[in-house]
Design a protein around this ligand. Structure first.
Ligand SMILES: NC(=O)c1ccc[n+]([C@@H]2O[C@H](COP(=O)([O-])OP(=O)(O)OC[C@H]3O[C@@H](n4cnc5c(N)ncnc54)[C@H](OP(=O)(O)O)[C@@H]3O)[C@@H](O)[C@H]2O)c1
Length: 142
């Protein structure tokens, strides 16, 4: 299923029965972290995986010259990774979350498949400050 908010998720699980819903596909990227407020915790409580679509912001990935982009580049350089690998690692830092980046160029596929790193608390805090969660709002639908 896709774009279910927390209440809709509860309703769907009630209708379908426990263990019948595999995942909830929702918009999630560094500039749009709204699902962290309610959707991710509810999915975890209902044992439903979270599938993050548009994890690079649909072409709006932070430029290396931006404040946030610099933070990603610094962490990437220190870890021998790319900025996008760091972004994917941040987004999938909880076991319940998967990401489905879209890539049509083979080198982009290789980059994205390069492996999610386990970020440490300091790295997570730096990314969190550079791309703040923001207040809870209605679920964005792209
Ligand atoms: N369930 C839903 O309601 C819903 C809604 C929207 C999207 N989706 C799904 O979510 C997935 C991703 O969506 P999206 O297209 O919005 O955006 P996205 O994954 O955030 O970004 C895709 C863009 O990033 C580029 N890119 C990917 N990897 C890169 C890399 N390593 N280096 C540089 N550029 C890179 C791609 O370029 P290239 O293509 O040139 O490689 C493409 O321009 C798709 O599978 C889509 O079907 C689902």
């Amino acid at each position: 299923m896709s774009n279910f908010d927390a209440e809709e998720l509860d309703e769907a699980v009630t209708l379908a029965g426990p263990g019948r819903i595999a995942c909830n596909q929702v918009c999630y990227h560094l500039g749009q972290r709204n699902i962290e407020h309610e959707v991710i915790p509810r999915c975890e409580a209902q044992s439903v995986a979270v599938v993050a679509y548009s994890p690079f912001g649909s072409g709006q990935f932070p430029s290396p010259r931006s404040r946030g982009g610099k933070v990603l580049s610094e962490i990437a350089n220190a870890r021998g990774a790319t900025a996008r690998q760091i972004a994917l690692s941040f987004l999938t830092r909880r076991e319940s979350v998967f990401a489905i980046p879209k890539a049509s160029r083979p080198e982009h596929v290789d980059d994205n498949a390069g492996g999610a790193l386990r970020l440490n608390d300091d790295e997570i805090a730096r990314i969190d400050r550079a791309f703040p969660l923001g207040p809870s709002a209605e679920l964005p639908i792209v």
